[in-house]
Design a protein around this ligand. Structure first.
Ligand code: FES
Ligand SMILES: [Fe+2]
Length: 430
């Protein structure tokens, strides 16, 4: 029996899943170390020799393109353990460790060892695999989104992605060329909370109209004071205002949950569906797909999609957030912005504005959520109240067409589904 047995029930979870450092360490092994985790986008390394550093479960990794293929290497020198490539990105013919000068090819194979005759007959001799950088063998890409599984045996990738692959498709289809490109840098925002609190919040549709009253509510009152009915609003107000839509709006958005812990909220309507049209973008999409198909692509208007446990994406605004747990009460959230190939810059400008207003560490909306996350992390230290309730709209979910379940927007279905998955990963490891 493991220390996580009995901590998840159908309608509640024990507070220790958010607060116990020992459970956090097990999660790094049995969830982040055992299933598909997002590592980066192929557009970040378009040419041979391009590389980026990244990580899974705090383990340093190097994603590099060589002869067209994407390789993922542990960013650790086989000699004495030094990180071979310092954090960042670039292009290299080969990699040279800064400590004793061992040189590696772009696929990780060792090329040069100074005074290599000293290793003759040992596992560090040049032909030995132990002398090369170690490769992650389970790497899969879907429309440019690269995932890796550090375990020897990975779940079947496409089956694992089922239900939320359509969110990735829709995001890519919103490009007139069907391709996305990471653009600009990354926004990093350290959250003082457990990673699961952040993840739960994304499809918690009972909180926006309360938590975001100070930011979104203010944007609405500015709009009411300074703009007439029907008058075009500045883009920032268009983005901020819908966060304080009423309960009915969020209830009607609906939520969908899938095996694997995945989910999304919204369908044809979301907080993104009332943005102003961009004429040049419509022209490009109609030319690429024909008007009917272009309308069909735009009619899919999801809010947050969660590819459990590491990736969240927003197709209609072309951004992703990547979850990197650091400690039981620390989570790094990285926000990346995409350019839709073939689309006018106006669209990208809206994505960047959205990221600055909602996702950056100096934004207006995220600190509302962050305050709530910190209060949860603090409140859960009360050990006389052991359980966190997840009963809302329980039993009212219906099967959906993609092998999952659907419910009203304010249901706790998504949380119950995430913890069902969480418990399955942890029990499998026990
Ligand atoms: S640690 Fe890299 S060459 Fe020695
Ligand atoms: Fe929020």
């Amino acid at each position: 029996m493991s220390i996580t047995s009995g901590l998840v029930e159908d309608d509640r979870v024990h507070r220790s899943v958010y607060t116990d450092p020992a459970i956090f360490e097990l999660e790094m092994q049995h969830i982040f170390g055992a299933t598909w985790i997002y590592v980066g986008h192929e557009s970040q390394i378009p040419h041979d020799g391009d590389f980026i550093t990244t990580s899974i479960a705090r383990q340093p990794l190097l994603m590099v393109r060589d002869k067209g293929d994407v390789h993922l290497l542990y960013n650790r020198c086989p000699h004495k353990g030094a990180q071979v490539v310092p954090e960042g990105q670039g292009n290299a013919r080969m990699f040279r460790c800064a400590y004793h000068g061992w040189i590696f090819q772009r696929d990780g194979a060792v090329r040069t060892i100074p005074l290599d005759d000293g290793y003759e007959g040992t596992c560090m001799s040049k032909g030995s695999p132990d002398a090369s950088m170690t490769r992650v063998t389970n790497v899969a890409s879907y429309r440019g989104f690269v995932f890796a599984c550090l375990a020897d045996e990975a779940p079947p990738f496409r089956e694992w992605l089922r239900g939320v692959d359509s969110s990735i498709d829709n995001m890519a289809d919103r490009s007139p060329e069907g391709e996305l490109e990471v653009t600009g840098g990354v926004l990093r925002y350290m959250h003082r909370c457990n990673w699961k609190i952040f993840l739960e919040n994304l499809n918690d549709l009972m909180h926006p109209m309360v938590t975001h009253m100070s930011s979104s509510g203010t944007a609405r009152s500015v709009a009411n004071r300074h703009f007439g009915k029907g008058e075009k609003l500045p883009a920032a107000i268009e983005i901020l205002g819908p966060f304080t839509s009423n309960y009915e709006f969020f209830e009607d958005m609906g939520i969908q949950a899938f095996p694997g812990g995945h989910s999304y909220s919204g369908g044809t309507v979301s907080i993104h569906s009332r943005y102003s049209e961009i004429d040049a973008y419509n022209v490009a999409m109609n030319a690429a797909y024909g008007e009917a198909r272009a309308r069909e692509i735009f009619s899919m208007n999801r809010h947050n999609t969660i590819v459990y446990p590491s990736l969240t994406l927003k197709g209609p605004i072309q951004t992703i957030r990547v979850i990197k747990p650091i400690a039981v009460d620390r989570t790094l959230v990285e926000s990346w912005t995409f350019r839709m190939k073939g689309a006018p810059d106006e669209l990208l400008e809206r994505s960047i504005l959205y990221c600055n207003l909602i996702n950056s560490s100096a934004n207006l909306v995220g600190p509302d959520d962050h305050e709530a996350y910190q209060r949860i992390q603090t409140g859960l230290m009360a050990d006389k109240v052991e359980w966190v309730n997840m009963q809302r709209h329980m039993g009212k979910e219906q099967p959906n067409a993609d092998g999952g379940w659907s419910a009203m927007g304010t249901s706790d279905l998504v949380f119950r589904n995430q913890y069902r998955t969480w418990a399955a990963y942890m029990e499998k490891a026990a």
